[in-house]
Design a protein around this ligand. Structure first.
Ligand SMILES: [Mn+2]
Length: 396
């Protein structure tokens, strides 16, 4: 008999599905949140059922359970931990731990892809196209490679996972992977996924207008409240406001924080670890501690949200050689313009600020970080232009 303790996200459920394909009724699967796993491991060890093979995927245990599991293993207990989180690499020190962040082919690993390989290598599960395709979609979703590869199926698979219950998702996928030659959605699923897409888009649009900016440890972050679509949100908000180093998504109901970044030089697992959490460089999480609450909730309560750049301008455009106009919450106007080759300046109140920049993007980042300014809408730009013309005429 097998016991699988795994995560309750798509990658974790992917593991549950593979285990059931391999072991059928001989496996007992439990889906856990990050914080729940240790309790489940304790329960398992207390029961002390020696005939059970314990498999842990997509999650790792705390130090206390790490020692207990090692003792259990040394005592003849069967246990295997498979994970792909950088923060779990030290489990490779144990015979029963296997943590791989990057696969041999250079692609990022996911728990589902690691378990698939493990089950195939040990002869528990025969590889076939439908399963391999499913595993690859889960892997691409979990590592966010789907976006670079434009793999909409991977994205939709996760959306479907959130639309139905875990049980229903598991049952549907199990049946499909057993009977179908290739992985695909049903016609009805395609239809509801399309509706869901529209819903997510609308949700993200709203959140773009709710995000506030803070400075923490010399880094700039955006703070937003959201209960759903954290990955999509982190990505879209990061792209809308690239001057922010990372995005903090607060779920007040579950008292959880998600940290997301689109920047390669930022590691949000380090930030999460300051609040007792962990995860990947680009996506991590922690619980909402009192410290985090004070910093991210209490202190940001009165802040005004960031303003999106004007999107439909014809004249006031970024990187224009005539200059680009920006506006702040204080109704102050800024003008980013080139001075000479590889030198850009910001004009404020008709005067150039002292600092200069080697390109437009640098100047814009400075302006957005320090003044939370946004590309002004055409009418603001035109009005200012007309006033300037009027002034110069009056002077004549
Ligand atoms: Mn995972």
């Amino acid at each position: 008999m097998y016991t699988l303790l795994t995560h309750n996200d798509l990658d974790g459920i992917g593991c549950g599905i593979l285990a059931k394909l391999a072991f059928g009724n001989d496996v007992h699967v439990r889906y856990n949140s990050v914080s729940r796993l240790d309790k489940e491991v304790e329960k398992f060890l207390e029961k002390g059922e020696r005939d059970q093979f314990l498999i842990i995927t997509d999650l790792s245990v705390n130090e206390e359970n790490e020692k207990k599991l090692e003792a259990y293993y040394q005592d003849g207990g069967k246990v295997q931990l498979l994970d792909h989180h950088k923060t779990a690499l030290h489990f490779n020190d144990y015979d029963w731990g296997k943590v791989i962040v990057e696969q041999e082919d250079g692609k990022l690993a996911s728990a589902t892809s690691l378990l698939y390989e493990y089950l195939a290598d040990n002869g528990y599960l025969e590889e076939k196209p439908a399963i391999s395709e499913f595993v690859e979609h889960v892997r691409q979703y979990d590592t966010w490679e789907w976006e670079k590869n434009d793999n909409e199926t991977a994205h939709q698979l996760n959306a479907l996972f959130f639309l139905v219950s875990i049980d229903e998702f598991e049952e549907k996928m199990l049946h499909r992977l057993m009977t179908d030659d290739h992985f695909s959605f049903t016609e009805f699923e395609e239809k509801i996924l399309k509706m869901e897409d529209t819903k997510i888009e609308r949700y993200i649009r709203r959140k773009k207008r709710e995000i506030v900016q803070i400075e923490v440890d010399n880094r700039y972050a955006g703070v937003v409240y959201a209960e759903s679509y954290h990955s999509e949100l982190g990505n879209e908000l990061g792209k809308e406001y690239p001057h922010l180093d990372f995005i903090i998504i607060l779920n007040m109901g579950s008292k959880r924080i998600s940290y997301r970044t689109i920047h390669d030089d930022i590691d949000v697992s380090e930030i999460a670890s300051q609040y007792g959490g962990g995860g990947h460089a680009k996506a991590s999480g922690s619980s909402l501690t009192v410290d985090a609450y004070n910093l991210f909730v209490a202190e940001t309560f009165y802040l005004e949200p960031l303003h999106e750049d004007a999107k439909w301008n014809r004249y006031n455009l970024k990187e224009s050689s005539f200059g680009s106009m920006y506006q702040s919450h204080q109704d102050e106007l800024f003008f980013i313009h080139p001075l000479e080759e590889e030198k850009w300046a910001i004009e404020r109140d008709g005067m150039n600020m002292e600092k200069t920049f080697s390109n437009f993007a640098e100047a814009e980042r400075f302006l957005k970080r320090n003044h939370q300014a946004w590309l002004a809408r055409e009418e603001v730009f035109v009005k200012d232009l007309m006033e300037k013309v009027k002034e110069s005429r009056e002077e004549e």
